[in-house]
Design a protein. Structure first.
Length: 469
């Protein structure tokens, strides 16, 4: 006897309110934790209602993996994300769908290939050394460091130079005009994506007006840099073989393909800014949160750094950075236990049956990935920060659960993040540099550091003290 698949109408739902449903709870700045509590309350597949619109929430790793595998043919990113970004004039690999995505994917994968990422290494190393200089002075002065703010400055310095060759240097010089614009833009993206009603289209608030001005300025700046980049390619054709930044790599591909507009180049440069300044800075911050509580792990990173590049403050070559295997394990453990993108939103393009559940055309699935990444079925002692679980030789943890294939930090399927290689290099180089040169201590109690979700999940009130070694 054939059993009919389960539909959304048969799924449970957490307790909500009349008319607004679960909106008041979902609007919280820790909505990912709200979803985690709902998983505990009603199970790992359920529905919620936001002003009468139904959404499916899935914390089932096998379903989430299949949804990502079936992109872009049978599922797409929640259409409101594309709608909001297109309204801003942004079309890049992050928000493009269908054939447009395939075109963007090809050109960004080529621009972020191993050769180009290796070519970006000197920029990361230079800014990491700049961070060491600043933090060494702060350590000598006994200053407490606001990690989140410092990492935002640090990563925006790296990202703007890698993205389009702009040497911002906010670490030493303070706020830059581009950073000021970005600080107005990024929070508004999340606010508009999660807003139940597009009120900004009717009445412009002060923040909306500041956002519009910032977008105009960013577009003008990047388009000017695009023109300058094209001129450099003509005057220095050798750049085609060794582009200095992501913009130049895109312009090389634009010239080769002939089907990529300047607006699309801008969209992908902006996407890199968004990913590099936001998700990367938050991932470094969460890693430092755990390292400040685990001096033995800091010692292991330091020993590895001394063994590989003992005479420098930072790795001197891409090969040295690639040899930092223990530091890489620390990064992977941080991404597992504190994923900065704990939720992904997808919409079904047709009726699709997965694992006995029928997802109907037009239904949106909120994939909650952190629950699985911190569940004992998938990782032994899941709440403990243990980098050794990522090292295969001689690791006691491998006698228990270890399911790395459920990690969704960089997405999955054919739409796997093309910037993973660059992001991992930046994370490893940064943590190795910091731990080689400093002891870390939390300046607040661990429970005083809160998870906050904006465009990604970041640590609020993460304060540390440094001691130079």
């Amino acid at each position: 006897m054939t059993t009919s698949p389960i539909t959304s109408s048969q799924l449970p739902s957490p307790k909500g309110k009349f008319v607004v449903g679960h909106l008041t709870q979902f609007k919280a700045d820790n909505k990912h934790q709200v979803m985690e509590r709902w998983v505990e309350e009603v199970g790992d597949l359920f529905t919620i209602s936001l002003l009468g619109k139904k959404f499916i929430v899935s914390a089932k790793p096998e379903i989430n993996k299949e949804i990502l595998r079936l992109r872009p043919g049978k599922f797409r990113r929640f259409d409101k994300i594309e709608e909001i970004l297109k309204e801003m004039g942004i079309l890049g690999v992050f928000n493009a769908e269908g054939e447009a995505w395939r075109k963007h994917r090809l050109i960004t994968m080529q621009a972020l290939n191993r050769q180009n990422v290796e070519g970006f290494f000197p920029t990361i190393s230079k800014v990491a050394d700049r961070l060491w200089t600043k933090w060494n002075a702060m350590a000598q002065a006994g200053e407490t460091i606001d990690v989140q703010k410092e990492m935002m400055r640090y990563t925006v310095d790296i990202t703007t130079e890698i993205a389009f060759g702009y040497p911002m240097n906010t670490l030493e010089k303070g706020e830059d005009v581009i950073q000021t614009h970005l600080e107005k833009i990024f929070p508004m993206i999340n606010a508009r994506i999660t807003a139940p009603l597009p009120l900004w289209r009717l009445i412009k608030s002060k923040k909306d007006k500041a956002f519009d001005t910032a977008m105009v300025e960013i577009k003008s700046t990047v388009h000017q840099l695009i023109e300058e980049g094209k001129k450099r390619l003509v005057e220095h054709p050798e750049i085609k073989d060794h582009p200095n930044n992501f913009l130049e790599a895109l312009l090389v591909q634009q010239a080769n393909e002939g089907t990529f507009s300047d607006d699309e180049v801008f969209g992908n440069v902006f996407t890199m800014l968004l990913a590099g300044e936001d998700t990367t800075s938050n991932s470094i911050s969460w890693s430092l949160y755990y390292l400040a509580q685990n001096p033995a792990i800091v010692d292991k990173i330091r020993q590895e750094a001394n063994d590989i590049y003992g005479n420098s403050h930072t790795p001197s070559t891409y090969e040295e950075a690639s040899a930092l295997t223990y530091t890489d394990a620390v990064v992977q453990e941080s991404l597992r236990i504190k994923p900065v993108t704990p939720n992904l939103y997808m919409t079904a393009l047709e009726d699709v049956e997965i694992e006995g559940y029928l997802f109907q055309k037009g239904e949106t699935i909120m994939m909650q990935n952190k629950v699985a990444q911190t569940h004992p079925d998938n990782f032994i002692r899941p709440d403990e920060f243990m980098p050794e679980r990522w090292i295969s030789s001689g690791c006691p943890m491998h006698g228990g659960a270890h399911s790395p294939d459920i990690i969704r930090t960089f997405g999955g399927g054919s739409r796997f993040c093309p910037g993973k290689g660059l992001a991992m290099s930046e994370l490893v180089i940064t943590l190795s540099t910091i731990c080689k040169n400093f002891d870390l201590e939390l300046a607040v109690r661990p429970e005083e550091v809160k998870e906050v979700f904006a465009f990604s999940m970041f640590p609020e009130n993460l304060l540390i003290k440094l001691k130079a070694v």
